[in-house]
Design a protein around this ligand. Structure first.
Ligand SMILES: [Zn+2]
Length: 66
C-alpha cells in the first residue's frame, strides 16, 4: 500500500547497519553537527538521545516504532 508523503524518503537501515556502541542492529541514524553520522541501536540511542539533541544532532532515520 502506497503512502503519499511529500518529503523525500529517507534511507532504510538494514541488518548490515550496526550500533556504534555495541553490535546490535542500528535502528536510529543521527547526523552530528560537526559532521559525520552515528548509528545506534534503540538501547544506546536512548542513553545518548538527550545529549545528542543538546549538541544539535539531527535524527535522520528512526525505525524504533516499526
Ligand atoms: Zn548499542
Amino acid at each position: 500500500m502506497k503512502t503519499s508523503i511529500d518529503k523525500k524518503p529517507t534511507r532504510t537501515l538494514t541488518a548490515a547497519d550496526r550500533c556504534d556502541r555495541c553490535s546490535a542492529r542500528a535502528l536510529v541514524e543521527t547526523a552530528l553537527p560537526q559532521g559525520g553520522s552515528l548509528l545506534l541501536g534503540a538501547y544506546h540511542f536512548e542513553q545518548v538521545e538527550v545529549g545528542l539533541i543538546a549538541v544539535g544532532a539531527t535524527i535522520l532515520v528512526d525505525e524504533r516504532r516499526r
